[in-house]
Design a binder for this molecule. Structure first.
Ligand SMILES: Nc1nc2c(ncn2[C@@H]2O[C@H](COP(=O)(O)OP(=O)(O)O)[C@@H](O)[C@H]2O)c(=O)[nH]1
Ligand SMILES: [Mg+2]
Length: 424
């Protein structure tokens, strides 16, 4: 029997004699998009037909399609981390930014005087316009950490004699992640950039002033007036990301959320036995062998009464609002992990009832500790959602969990409904 299997770089065929043939080298023949989607292209069919004729192998398109539609496997980092940076960089999902458009250049008063004509009339040029501040979606930007607190555009240059126009100021482009929402200082939603390459002109530059040539008329042949350039717009904006991560880790302090994020990605939130070690959200990317990436957020621990601003308050419940699906991380070694789950759901429901309707799964952590096996079985019996037993420090059960996370992600993507933009 022939078997086809797809690796991250090639499509292989395994013959009954145990020899493998590279059917299609993805990396050399497909572009990035094709590789990502595992599209079976015309080029591939041609490649396979050639191989069929050459080696007398019977390969049907159905076999290839079945191989290509296999479940994507997570790829966990095997190399040690490059450098041991213990100062973690946290995720920035909101930012205040003061934007100011460039001022327009001034128009000038000037009179021409040539060799043959001493008073040759006005020749003062117009000033150039100031640049705009433009926020543009860039798919490579994942957080607002690089957005500066203040952005000022280039000013327009003043005009000059001989009707020379001043140079216009260049527009300043600020890259932002997809799904960035812009609020005015009063909290009014101005716009949301949802599509790739969408842009928003946040502050217009001022128009350049007119030089005295523009004011010359039949009755006023030598005007001594010119305009000043208009001032650029200046606003204070609040930027906020609509979606922070595809999956959010929700749990009480010390459940092992940060340890889990460290185990599945290259993010490095601090872990410790002390409660509230993580004080800001961290996001890590989980890689899959079909080149897809799923972002997972470690959200600081909730406590009972978080919805009434107990513990670290609701700022983290706001973060949870920005995760498309939720993973409830429970400490299986604690006395009653099921009660933890009920309490967590209660806190989320009190904050926003929509939160508990989001796709979710239960992750029972610390399966390596005594008593956890019994607790796990008890949760499994009570729960109607998938329950996974893992050990974040021993790295057991991680792969099964990540395959399920990918399934949730794919389901959500296939009927994707953008999360609602909300007013402050
Ligand atoms: N035995 C064991 N300890 C764990 C496991 N996961 C986390 N811990 C420990 O639990 C403590 C709290 O972990 P941390 O990731 O900081 O929890 P967080 O507050 O939910 O982020 C740390 O001392 C970890 O070493 C696990 O799977 N097994
Ligand atoms: Mg933590």
């Amino acid at each position: 029997m022939f078997m086809i299997f797809v690796s991250s770089s090639d499509l292989h065929l395994l013959t009954p004699h145990g020899t493998t043939h590279v059917l299609f080298p993805w990396t050399s023949h497909c572009n990035c998009q094709e590789r990502k989607k595992m599209v079976i292209t015309q080029r591939m069919t041609y490649c396979m037909q050639r191989l069929y004729v050459k080696q007398g192998l019977h390969v049907t398109m159905k076999m290839v399609r079945r191989a290509a539609s296999k479940v994507p496997q997570p790829v966990l980092a095997t190399k040690p981390k490059g450098f041991d940076k213990e100062e973690p960089t946290h995720f920035v999902d909101t930012k205040v930014c003061v934007v100011s458009g460039g001022n327009g250049g001034n128009g000038v008063v000037s009179f021409a005087s040539t060799r043959h004509k001493q008073f040759a009339g006005p020749d003062g040029g117009n000033g150039g316009s100031g640049g705009h501040i433009i926020f543009q979606v860039n798919e490579n930007v994942k957080s607002l950490s690089k957005v500066p607190g203040q952005v000022a555009a280039v000013e327009g240059k003043s005009g000059a004699k001989r009707n020379s126009e001043g140079k216009c100021g260049q527009h300043t482009f600020v890259p932002v992640p997809q799904g960035t929402m812009f609020y005015s200082a009063e909290g009014k939603l101005l716009t949301c950039l949802d599509e790739p390459n969408d842009y928003y002109i946040a502050a217009h530059g001022g128009k350049g002033g007119r030089g005295n040539t523009a004011f010359a008329t039949s009755t006023l042949v030598a005007p001594k007036i010119a305009e000043m350039g208009a001032k650029g717009e200046k606003h204070s904006l609040q930027l906020e990301m609509r979606i922070m991560a595809d999956a959010g880790l929700v749990g009480f302090p010390n459940a092992g959320k940060s340890s889990l994020l460290r185990a599945i990605s290259r993010a490095r939130p601090l872990t410790s036995e002390k409660a509230f070690t993580t004080r800001s959200a961290h996001v890590g990317m989980v890689q899959y062998d079909d080149y897809e990436q799923v972002s997972v957020a470690d959200i600081p621990g909730l406590v009972k009464g978080s919805h009434e601003s107990e513990g670290l308050g609701f700022s983290f419940l706001r973060h949870i609002m920005k995760c498309t699906c939720l993973l409830y991380v429970l400490d299986l070694a604690s006395d009653d992990p099921w009660q933890q789950y009920i309490d967590l759901r209660y806190e989320l429901q009190q904050y926003n009832t929509e939160l508990i309707t989001r796709p979710h799964a239960i992750v029972g952590n610390k399966i390596d500790l005594p008593l956890s096996e019994t607790n796990f079985k008890a949760i499994q019996a009570k729960s109607d959602v998938p329950v996974f037993a893992i050990s974040a420090t021993e790295k057991t059960g991680i792969k099964t969990l990540l395959i399920h996370v990918r399934k949730m992600y794919d389901d959500l993507k296939s009927h994707s409904q953008p999360l609602e933009a909300h007013e402050f």
